[in-house]
Design a binder for this molecule. Structure first.
Ligand SMILES: CC(=O)CC(=O)C(=O)O
Ligand SMILES: [Mg+2]
Length: 220
């Protein structure tokens, strides 16, 4: 059996654990209350899409939003990890989009239903290449940005997160055991907006990485 390579973590079929409303400016733009504890939801590994393949608008949505986020790739699993040890469990990072069918999410929220249809569809998690840990020495202070058709829509710093990366790793691992190859999406800053078929998305982390995706529509 060949050894698995963490730099292709998305092929391992591991969990994608997402944090919602982790930036006050984004919670405010959607008129959401600030969380007192992390808000968690999941995406399946079938949500991954890598550069070269398109993001597909789900057939049941007419308001698909981009959310640029820093992804934390777990390199060493654990349960009830302490905040002081948390960064020892990180292998690296990925630039991620938490694609969200906002119309469906609003409908689910109003009916008290889970967000699965809004957040977990195929191609709802576009990701960059794996970024080794050493390339982002301070993940709590990097700028993420996203452009749609060359127009800047999001530009936020991870220093604005309400819950820090060590806190999130510790909090999540008390509830859900973290495994090597899991990915944590740490929430989005303000500026989320709708994308349309044929749009071109470009996103980046400072001078560390950029990625490009096209948007297509899924017909049934
Ligand atoms: C309102 C949301 O969709 C929450 C979320 O995903 C976020 O990043 O914040
Ligand atoms: Mg999000």
């Amino acid at each position: 059996m060949t050894a698995r390579n963490i730099s292709r973590f998305w092929e391992w079929g591991r969990k994608i654990i997402c944090v919602g409303r982790n930036y006050a400016d984004h919670a405010k733009e959607l008129n959401n209350a600030l969380p007192t504890e992390p808000i968690l939801f999941l995406k399946p590994p079938s949500a991954y899409v890598t550069e070269g393949s398109p993001i597909l608008v789900p057939f049941y949505s007419s308001n698909l939003h981009h959310e640029v986020e820093l992804g934390v790739v777990i390199g060493k699993g654990g349960t009830a990890i302490s905040q002081s040890n948390a960064m020892d469990h990180v292998a690296g990072y990925a630039l991620c989009l938490d694609m969200t069918a906002r119309d469906i999410q609003e409908d689910c929220k109003s009916k008290g239903l889970p967000w699965t249809l809004a957040k977990a569809f195929n191609t709802s998690c576009p990701i960059s290449e794996f970024i080794p840990k050493e390339r982002i020495p301070d993940p709590g202070n990097v700028t993420l940005w996203l452009k749609v058709n060359d127009q800047l829509r999001q530009n936020g710093c991870t220093a604005q997160m309400i819950f820090s990366i060590p806190f999130l790793i510790s909090y999540i691992s008390k509830i859900i055991t973290l495994e090597e190859g899991d990915l944590i999406l740490t929430g989005t800053p303000k500026g989320v907006s709708a994308v349309q078929e044929h749009d071109e998305l470009q996103a980046g982390i400072e001078d560390v990485i950029t990625m490009n995706f096209k948007v297509n529509r899924k017909n049934q």
